[in-house]
Design a binder for this molecule. Structure first.
Ligand code: MCF
Ligand code: FE
Length: 409
């Protein structure tokens, strides 16, 4: 049993409770969270490490959507328009993925950890990131991606997906969860969606999918029109979308842990359906801005009480895999929201809601939750706790201490 004391403890519980001069008692799990005075009296023989002035303890951040295999990209891919980006991915994918060596991905995972993240939802297209993810200290929900819409390729694609899934299932360690990603409604044949979801249900695997990320995707799925028409004609000889958005969503019933990334073009009905499915939206604000200048309508999500988490997406659509960088961007992008309230909302999205998106007992400093904790230092005193989250998002770059499952990493 260990204990830490800090100037502030952000519990990230349902009420976003903040404790001034607080302390945490933990082993693998959180045992107690209260004021230092209370903990000192309750555990008189326990040594409590005091982190000192302007210290903050909070749950480790959860990056619910990331593509590590695209980690070698900096200046190669083209931004500003989704189809321009997609075409540049098709052109450069092989070269980029080849450059994303095991040691490069390890380096990125190390950076991710130092910058405050303790859990990732990693979308894996090829299993090239499997070793690095498995060998990392981080908790990894490892989403094996299924992709492909060409009817004559379905069997090959499905068996390739199954063998990647099996490969990840052989890797057994605490905090590593083999899971399923359905790439998107435009790129996955309904048969593949149905069969991979059947498998996910049978084996109770977590599932994630990209959904309505661009206006072009909306036009293609709803009307078989727009930039995607040219793209599909050229690459696959296809003139009609394989599914409608609502038909796609309807296939995801009875999946325990489910998330949809982006959803910037989702209709009210789509959002209601996502809520009904018990799913969480992975919000990737930078990626949306960079790829096609779109923005998730978070007001609408708040209205209907649909939770969203935070993802950086990959370096294929971001310049950073740091969750604090991502939170700063989200704070600047959602200009119609009160900044102080938005900061609180974003911290909750990056902790409690991340755990919801990935189906984990994490993201809150509360008795019984996994002891994934970060210690950070504010540059100066914060007088009013109302402004704590905002100052954290504005100023923090790295952690001073990271604890995963009760262990210093
Ligand atoms: O999330 C971003 C943008 N939307 C879709 N896919 C990807 C993103 N970053 C990487 N990808 C991957 C995806 O997993 O790129 C491929 C897939 O394997 C796109 S389809 C050519
Ligand atoms: Fe993505």
């Amino acid at each position: 049993m260990k204990a830490l004391k800090a100037s502030w403890v952000l519990t990230c519980d349902e009420n976003s409770t903040i404790i001034k001069d607080g302390a945490i008692v933990y082993d693998k799990k959180i045992i107690d969270v209260a004021t230092y005075e209370f903990i000192k009296e309750k555990y008189p023989s326990l040594e409590i490490q005091d982190l000192g002035e302007n210290s903050v303890l909070m749950p480790g951040l959860i990056n619910s959507h990331i593509h590590l295999e695209f980690s070698s990209n900096t200046t190669t891919l083209k931004y500003g328009n989704f189809l321009t980006w997609l075409n540049s991915v098709i052109t450069s994918r092989e070269k980029l993925v080849e450059k994303a060596t095991k040691s490069l991905i390890k380096e990125k995972l190390d950076f991710i950890k130092r910058s405050g993240t303790t859990t990732i939802g990693a979308i894996s297209s090829y299993s090239f990131d499997l070793d690095s993810c498995f060998e990392s200290d981080l908790n990894v929900v490892y989403f094996n991606e299924v992709i492909g819409s060409k009817p004559d390729m379905i069997d090959t694609l499905f068996s390739d997906f199954k063998s990647r899934l099996e490969l990840s299932k052989k890797r057994k360690r605490e905090g590593f969860y083999p899971s399923v990603a359905i790439h998107s409604p435009y790129s996955v044949h309904p048969f593949l969606v149905r069969e991979s979801l059947k498998l996910a249900r049978e084996e109770n695997l977590k599932v994630s999918a990209h959904f309505l990320e661009s206006p072009q995707e909306f036009e293609w799925l709803h009307k078989d029109e727009g930039g995607f028409l040219e793209f599909f004609k050229n690459f696959l000889g296809q003139e009609k979308a394989v599914t409608k958005p609502m038909q796609f969503l309807e296939q995801f019933s009875k999946i325990d842990t489910l998330s949809f990334s982006h959803c910037v073009e989702a209709s009210n009905n789509d959002l209601e359906k996502i809520k009904e499915l018990g799913a969480v939206i992975n919000h990737c604000a930078t990626s949306n801005r960079v790829l096609n200048n779109s923005k998730l309508d978070i007001e609408k999500l708040i209205d209907i009480n649909l939770p969203f988490s935070i993802g950086t997406d990959g370096l294929s659509s971001n310049n950073s895999l740091s969750m604090f960088d991502e939170l700063r961007n989200a704070l600047m992008i959602h200009t119609s929201h009160d900044i102080v309230k938005l900061a609180k909302l974003l911290v909750k999205a990056a902790t409690k809601n991340g755990a919801l998106a990935l189906g984990l007992n994490k993201g809150e400093l509360k008795k019984g939750f996994d002891a994934d904790i970060i210690a950070i230092f504010l540059p100066d005193e914060v007088e009013d706790e109302e402004y704590l989250e905002m100052n954290i998002i504005l100023h923090i770059k790295n952690t001073d201490k990271t604890i995963i499952g009760g262990i210093d990493v």
